[in-house]
Design a protein around this ligand. Structure first.
Ligand SMILES: NC(=O)c1ccc[n+]([C@@H]2O[C@H](COP(=O)([O-])OP(=O)(O)OC[C@H]3O[C@@H](n4cnc5c(N)ncnc54)[C@H](OP(=O)(O)O)[C@@H]3O)[C@@H](O)[C@H]2O)c1
Length: 251
């Protein structure tokens, strides 16, 4: 079960953190993975890691905010491999500031990367998946879209919209046999959370507040992506799958 042999998957934000963990799990399950991020050297190193394990992958360095580059990547992937089976739209950023000090430019930067680029990616992927009447679209949301927290108003708004977009596209693309789901991670120890990890008080709070009693480990996100990408998940769509050690289930 959950064998992805022969599947072609594009993962954005795949050079580190959760995106890399999902890309690695998809490749280990048999998929050929197109890894995206902005830094080409970091991507080449990750592709090297996949190849050294005998896995299949290639790099596609571009900024997800560059609409032409997104569309070119999807077109080129189909030209090279004949299909795109799985999109994991994962690249995302955060900016922390109280609302009174939050610059409009920062709000727009977060919304562009976390929401607009995701919509553009979904549009491009759906365009090539629909004629084949198959596809798996997986978005990275956040438990911050469910439970709010101080100083990250743009992030929370962008991820709330990603959760809503998941439901919308699940409905809209179901007749084309494309499933659309969202993985909503809890607190994972990645570079994005460096300031939180370095704050002992916050660190202690995460461990107390999370029923599992600890931060998530990046390798704990990959299996969720593998399941949602698999043929076996053909009737799962519109799901917001929290992977959060029980955080959102607890009061
Ligand atoms: N870590 C958590 O606890 C947590 C919790 C909930 C949700 N999430 C979500 O999970 C996703 C991944 O987060 P993470 O913690 O793994 O972050 P991370 O460690 O900072 O990794 C972010 C990845 O996205 C890439 N990226 C950033 N901006 C990009 C752009 N404009 N175009 C293309 N690639 C871009 C980065 O590479 P380059 O800088 O080279 O482009 C990197 O590969 C995000 O959507 C985040 O909101 C994370």
């Amino acid at each position: 079960m959950f064998d992805l042999t022969g599947k072609i998957a594009l993962v954005t934000g795949a050079s580190r953190g959760l995106g890399w963990a999902m890309a690695q799990s998809l490749a280990r399950s048999g998929a050929h993975v197109v890894l995206n991020a902005r830094d080409p050297a970091a991507l080449d190193a990750r592709v090297g890691e996949l190849h050294s394990e005998g896995l299949s992958g290639e790099a596609a360095a571009f900024d997800v905010n560059d609409t032409a580059a997104v569309e070119r990547c999807v077109r080129d992937t189909v030209a090279r491999h004949g299909q795109l089976d799985v999109l994991v739209a994962n690249a995302g950023i955060n900016h922390r500031a109280p609302i009174g000090d939050f610059a409009l430019a920062d709000f727009q930067r977060i919304m562009n990367t976390n929401l607009t680029s995701v919509w553009v990616l979904c549009r491009a992927a759906a365009g090539v998946m629909a004629p084949r009447r198959q596809g798996r679209i997986i978005l990275t949301g956040s438990i911050s879209a469910i439970n709010a927290r101080g100083s990250i108003s743009a992030y929370v708004a962008s991820k709330g919209a990603v959760h809503a977009l998941t439901r919308q596209l699940a409905v809209e693309l179901a007749p084309s046999e494309i499933t659309v789901n969202c993985i909503a991670p809890g607190f994972f120890a990645t570079e994005m959370n460096t300031p939180l990890l370095e704050n002992q008080e916050f660190n202690d709070w995460v461990c107390r507040r999370t029923p599992a009693g600890r931060w998530g480990r990046v390798q704990e996100i990959g299996p969720a992506a593998v399941f949602l990408a698999s043929d076996e998940a053909s009737y799962v769509s519109g799901l917001i799958m929290t992977v959060d050690g029980g955080f959102t289930a607890s009061m």
